[in-house]
Every structure is written in C-alpha cells, then in structure tokens.
Design a protein. Sequence first.
Length: 248
Amino acid sequence: MKIRIDGMETEVTSGETILEAARRAGIDIPTLCYSEAFGGQGVCRFCMVEIEVGGKKRLVASCTYPITEEMEVRTATPAVKEIRRNLVTLLYRRAPDSDLMKKLFQEYNCDRIEPVDPEESCIMCRLCVKACEKVGANAISTVLRGTEKRVATPFDEGSEECVGCSACADICPTGAIPVKEEDGRREIWHRSFEMSRCEECGKHYTTQPVSEHVKEQTELNSSSENICPGCRRKKLAAEMAKVRLHVD
C-alpha cells in the first residue's frame, strides 16, 4: 500500500502508524509522549497531522493512527502548526522550568503567559509511568485530576515496588525526576538504594535490587552480573575479535 506524506509517495504496511511511516521516510513529526520502546500514547497531541481520505480532511494523532487505506498526509499545515503552538504555550505554562519547554516556547514563537508554578518541569507525558510498567515495577502512577494532576508514588511515600532503576528519569524528556547518586547510593522517589560496583572498572552502575532482578531473570552467575554495561561491551568486543582472529 502507498500513501503520500507531504507530497512524497511512501510504501507502508497496513496497520503501522502514520508516525512510523513518516520516520521511516525521513519526514520529521515532533513528539513528546512517544517512545519506540512502547509506541504511541496519544497523550500530548503534539504529533497531530492532517489527513485526507476520499476528499475529506481531519486531524489525527500520528503516533496512534493506524494506516488502513490510501491517504494524503500533511504534517505542517497552518491548522497543525497552530495546534502545536497552542500546546507548547499550555505545556510551557505548566512546566516553565523545563529547558525543553523553554526551547520549544521560543521555537514556536508563543505568546508570553503566566506560569502556574515557576519551578515545575513535568509535562505529564506519562513516559515515566510507561517505563516503570515496562520494567515491571509499577511503582509510580498519575494522581489527582485537572491542573493538580501529577506523577507520584502511593501517598507520596517510598514504594516497595520501586527498584531504583531510574528508567523513569532516563526517559523523561524534561528532566523532571530528580535522581541523586552519592557515596555508592542512589536516591529516587523517596527511597535510597545501595548500588552495585562493577568488578572491572569499579564504577557504581546500578542498584542492588536491579542486579538481583536481572540475575533472577537471566540466571547469570554473580561474577558476570557485577559488570557494568560499558565493561560488558568491551569484553564482548574482545571476544568477538578473538573469534575473528581464529577464523582468519
């Protein structure tokens, strides 16, 4: 099946999203709540595009809209640009302390608006919640409603489900989740975790609960378990070099 995106004819697979097809074709559609790890959520609506099917036009979220028929897709019409500009204005008002939102506010030439909380940087994209679900911890979720809606642990206390992996902070586009690492400990979401030290380079690289979880899931021995990703890659590269040398 073929569709046209911004005038470019593109081969697509039935069921894939407009965003996936556009990115494969090298066409940029901005996103805030999308991750390749778990697909689109349709939360932020920043990826809105205009589609035309059978002469009828409408606006859809490209990260969740599946392609099932031939269509014309336009990613930067005046209506689409205005939607993104309005979204940036509202998100900046919510999270003015975010460097990302400051950049987008300038890029989209938004009108100056009074922020709700000058120290807030969370845009409620829910990527952190999805990452926590993906890890299998489910330690955080959205709480409250309306303008007071936010991401938190149950009762704003340390969750026993949290393993301190910091996947939530790593995926956050605005750096809204604080993580403190000092003296071999990591502090996140009202909890403090002892970190494991790499046996090769001596660097603290993950928390002990994460190490134990990986060991249980992969049945690795304790020696290989206590090696950071960087050193593991180096060892793998060295082993591959030996194999190539032996083959040659």
